[in-house]
Write a protein that binds this ligand. Structure first.
Ligand code: P6P
Length: 339
């Protein structure tokens, strides 16, 4: 592994970590490197957004009926092309497409993995220069290699993920991922065009003082969440309360800050989103994978998110994730005060 001036690039690192898996043949390493390359291409466009005709709505809506941003569609295409040409991915499910994307060429069909993605999460914030993210989740395919993939390859239990992560396009651009053996963060150095290891083996504090939720939906929250929010706001020095409210409105940014500092992100069910807003397959599960492998937790308010078996690609769920002790407290409030 070439380490230059104490720089460990993403590509170097995934190959180094591959040595922890004696049977590994490099397919997952190759896939992660392709995701890193696609992220750099998307990042280039995002950092210039506003200067080129890439901002704003595309005039189309996605499968969720949400206005698609031009950058949503751009990011979706960049990641799709990168994964198709990787040779180790045989299909893709993304927020932007109603159905799975089946890679039919011989080269890709032999791929061992499938990927679920939110190619650009929080994109409605883009026009206002608020940070956004890309989220990915990797599974071994269930259907036989060489055949076309099917839906069953993509709606697996979150516990079956072999790797997951996200890119946060913020004050700096970071790629955070785990293959289940530690959580690692890489910061993009634009001067050399490389993601460089900057956060080794991230562990999230078991307790934190930040709670992230859109309190505009308060009247429609479950009683347990209303009570938990009031609990966060009470003065109690022994538990460091009142906590601090921080909400960007971009899942990856809110989650990433809480991962490093400690805290909880909450998106309960509410009148506008009776099943919650976030999608299990390509938002909740990959974030949950990172949370748990960093020592945190991720729940639907009742049980582990990664223990659920999704029934459909775009199924939504209430979502609570972050510091373990805080998630436990939220589940207690929901159990005693009402979902
Ligand atoms: P609200 C962005 O649209 C997103 O999917 C997540 O990134 C974010 O956490 C959430 O929705 C914000 O939703 O209803 O608070 O604007």
């Amino acid at each position: 592994m070439a380490i230059y001036y104490n720089i460990t690039t993403l590509n170097d690192f995934v190959i180094l970590k591959q040595k922890d898996y004696p049977n590994a043949k490099g397919e997952l390493s190759n896939l992660l490197s392709h995701i890193g390359t696609a992220a750099k291409i998307v990042n280039k466009k995002i950092t210039k957004a506003g200067l080129v005709d890439i901002l704003g709505r595309a005039g189309t809506v996605n499968v969720q009926g949400e206005d698609q941003q031009k950058l949503d569609i751009y990011a979706d295409k960049v990641f799709t092309d990168a994964l198709r040409t990787s040779g180790d991915c045989c299909g893709l499910a993304t927020e932007e497409n109603q159905n799975i994307i089946v890679f039919t060429d011989k080269f890709a069909r032999k791929g061992k993995y499938v990927v679920c993605m939110d190619p650009l999460d929080g994109s409605s914030n883009l026009d206002y220069n608020v940070s956004v993210g890309s989220i990915f989740s990797i599974y071994r395919r269930i259907t036989p290699r060489g055949e076309n993939v099917g839906n069953e390859d993509f709606i697996q239990k979150g516990d079956m993920q072999v790797a997951a992560g996200y890119i946060v396009y913020g004050s700096s651009t970071m790629l955070v991922y785990s293959t289940g053996n530690g959580v690692y963060g890489f910061t993009l150095d634009p001067s050399i065009g490389e993601f460089c290891l900057s956060h080794s083996c991230i562990k999230t504090p078991e307790a934190g003082r930040i709670y992230s939720i859109n309190e505009g939906n308060y009247v429609n929250f479950p009683m347990g969440i209303k009570k938990y929010i009031k609990y966060c706001q009470e003065k109690d020095e022994s538990t460091g309360r009142p906590y601090t409210s921080r909400y960007v409105g971009s899942l990856v940014s809110d989650f990433h800050r809480n991962l490093l500092m400690g805290g909880v992100f909450m998106y309960p069910s509410n009148a506008n989103a009776p099943k919650g807003k976030l999608r299990i397959v390509y938002e909740c599960n990959p974030i949950a994978f990172i949370a748990e492998h960093a020592g945190g937790a991720a729940s639907d308010g009742h049980e582990r998110i990664m223990g659920l078996t999704p029934e459909s690609l775009h199924q939504r769920s209430p979502f609570y994730t972050g510091s373990k002790n805080m998630i436990k407290k939220i589940e207690e409030f929901l159990a005693t005060e009402g979902y």
